[in-house]
Ligand binder design. Structure first.
Ligand code: AMP
Length: 638
């Protein structure tokens, strides 16, 4: 008992264990040695006690409901906030649940986590896509201002043959399935398996025979009837699939009908307009148009006049035709804008618009030009968009310009042509030029060599000339005359090798290119698809593509490349396999979305959340500094 003079005695209760420990500590200098293994065992046993204690507490909490067992669900829901490791440790310490049950439950929890991760990814992607999606529709200014919206497709006089119309829709479906043609849209016209069924006049049939074309390719079987029926269309097909004829033949037919009904007077037209992203592609398309119109004339039908409006060619050449009254104009955006601006040409009667390599055009910054061009149209037009690659962002954007469009997809959008054997070689950056000579031994000429930068094109060209190789070169820095001369020399077979920047990679059709060599891997995999599509063109032809990569090559684009190779059933070199093995498989669609890979650029090795191209575009917008050749060109360059 405390006396009044004594200091107050502090009263506290020590827990038994602690007091025992301190007692043992204070009991004397002797501390028995316990090995690390035993100490760990003791610690685990102690933790086990604690765990059991909490479990029995939760059991008693559940006792409220008579007969309730402590279920795994109760445990897992209480663990929801823990991170993975924590919950796994807890599971490891639960002695009263069988290992099998623990395993099943852990698996269930992991699944639930995966789904929510996919959902999170989907939401994030959606947000990014929305932020980069073009807000303004691809329509004329007047239409936007007046709020004009066309509801129904243009009517044409063309109908599929009766024998085809009489067939059930299931037959059309079967044909599409066999040919791997995917279609989307309302009342899609039936696919037609012969040119005869397309009802082309003799002149066109003669033109086809002269080119050695006897049967339509899948994109032509479905595309030509769609266009002839007046439908707007998005055509997605691998390069070399024959998509040019899908828009060229119907446009010639429509113009033939118009001219026969009411001949074009001076300064009238064009009735049909084809816009291409590069001068070379425009020239090539123009030549195809002329081939068929000349055959029509030879067969005694009316004259269809066409003109070429591209930079680097005197405007007077084009104006001569325009003044006579022009049916078809093939143009690049820069020159066309200039002519429209100066009122040299009008689009008042233009009812047919085709944008070839449409995604490239929008990607390359011609979007504003395209929108301005749309503003010159008066009245409804039939709009066709064609490309080998069509990422979702562009498809959504393009749909704003189309009326009840039919989307025709032959093969995955952005997939590489299956006719091309693709090889990837790792070579030191400094050794690449010399290595090119070895690559050139792989096949017979003609060979195309691509490089990103103009300086590299010049250096390779010079080196090959020094080594006695018959080579020519083109890039945006050369004048048009030289570009045309080089392309013609290569096309006609006078030169064996063409060295080029991506100016030559889109849509150009050089007969029988045996080999495409990529001196460097392009900045995005879409460009790679376009580049290698210059070989193995036309049904039944095979080609080879060799791509040189080095340490400097961007890892993300290499990953996209690896997925693309795997998709095309090509040999994937070990160094690329390693890259894809250590990352997630992005080529599978994310739950709830139908998009494979990146919805911005179409690459299979990443998603939009880490798209290098989007990042580059954004930083370019910020700094306005272009690295690649085609990006640094202005519209006038094309
Ligand atoms: P494109 O994809 O339109 O650039 O065409 C690629 C190449 O295929 C060109 O050389 C065409 O002449 C050729 N071609 C187009 N259609 C056919 C066809 N139906 N049969 C055989 N070759 C074709």
């Amino acid at each position: 008992m405390a006396t009044s003079g004594d200091p107050p005695i502090k009263r506290y209760r020590r827990d038994k264990q602690a007091s025992e420990e301190s007692d043992s500590e204070s009991s004397g200098p002797y501390v028995p040695y316990v090995s690390v293994r035993d100490r760990r065992k003791q610690q685990l046993a102690r933790l086990g006690h604690l765990e059991k204690a909490t479990q029995s507490a939760s059991v008693s909490a559940n006792v409220g409901a008579p007969g309730t067992e402590p279920t795994l669900e109760t445990k897992s829901s209480s663990d929801n906030d823990h991170d993975d490791e924590g919950s796994q440790e807890d599971w490891g310490r639960r002695f009263n649940v069988s290992l099998l049950d623990q395993h099943t439950e852990l698996k269930r929890m992991a699944e639930a986590k995966k789904v929510s991760a996919a959902e999170r990814q989907r939401r994030e992607e959606q947000k990014i896509l929305e932020s980069v999606a073009e807000r303004t529709a691809l329509m004329g200014v007047a239409e936007l201002a007046k709020g004009i919206q066309y509801e129904e497709p243009i009517k044409t006089s063309w109908k599929p043959p009766r024998c085809v119309l009489a067939q059930p829709e299931s037959r059309n479906e079967r044909i599409r399935q066999n040919l791997r043609i995917l279609v989307e849209g309302e009342s899609v016209p039936p696919p037609l398996k012969t040119f005869n069924h397309m009802k082309f006049p003799k002149g066109i049939m003669n033109g086809l025979v002269e080119k050695g074309i006897s049967n339509p390719t899948p994109i032509q079987m479905q595309g030509i009837p769609t266009v002839l029926s007046g439908r707007d269309m998005i055509g997605i097909a691998f390069t070399g699939s024959g998509k040019t004829l899908v828009f060229v033949l119907p446009i010639v037919m429509f113009c033939l009908e118009q001219e026969t009904m009411l001949p074009f007077i001076k300064n009238e037209g064009p009735y049909g307009l084809v816009i291409c992203p590069s001068r070379e592609l425009a020239k090539q398309t123009f030549d195809i148009v002329q081939h068929y119109t000349q055959h029509l004339k030879k067969c005694g039908l009316v004259e269809i006049r066409s003109c070429l409006a591209i930079g680097g060619v005197p405007v007077s050449e084009c104006m001569e035709i325009v003044q006579k009254g022009v049916h078809i104009m093939v143009a690049t955006p820069g020159r066309l804008m200039d002519m429209l601006d100066k009122k040299m040409v009008r689009l008042d009667v233009c009812r047919y618009l085709c944008m070839d390599e449409a995604d490239r055009m929008i990607d390359m910054g011609f979007e504003e030009d395209v929108r301005t061009i749309f503003s010159y149209f008066r009245g409804q037009r039939q709009t066709l968009l064609f490309s080998a690659t069509m990422p979702k962002k562009i498809q959504n954007f393009a749909r704003s310009a189309l009326v009840k469009p039919v989307t025709i997809n032959v093969g995955r959008a952005g997939a590489a042509s299956l006719n091309v054997r693709q090889e990837v070689e790792a070579v030191r950056a400094e050794a690449r030029t010399v290595h090119l000579l070895r690559c050139l031994q792989k096949t017979q000429p003609p060979v195309l060599i691509f490089a990103e930068r103009k300086q590299d094109v010049d250096a390779i060209h010079e080196y090959l000339l020094l080594k006695g190789v018959e080579a020519v070169a083109i890039h945006g820095g050369k004048d048009q005359e030289e570009r045309s001369r080089s392309v013609e020399a290569f096309r006609s077979g006078q030169k064996d090798v063409l060295v080029a920047t991506d100016v030559a990679s889109k849509g150009l059709d050089f007969a029988d290119v045996q080999h495409v060599i990529n001196y460097d891997m392009p900045g995005d995999v879409e460009n790679y698809v376009h580049r290698i599509g210059r070989t193995g063109r036309a049904p039944g032809r095979r080609g080879t593509a060799t791509t040189l990569v080095s340490r400097a090559t961007d890892e993300s684009v290499l990953r996209d490349l690896a997925h693309l190779l795997r998709e095309a059933k090509q040999k994937v070199p070990d160094f690329l396999l390693e890259l894809i093995n250590e990352t997630e498989d992005y080529s599978a669609p994310v739950e709830d979305t139908d998009s494979q890979g990146c919805s911005y650029c179409g690459g299979l090795g990443h998603r939009i959340t880490d798209c290098p191209k989007l990042e580059a575009v954004q930083s370019k917008q910020a700094s306005n500094i272009g690295r690649r050749d085609y990006l640094s060109n202005t519209a006038a360059d094309y």
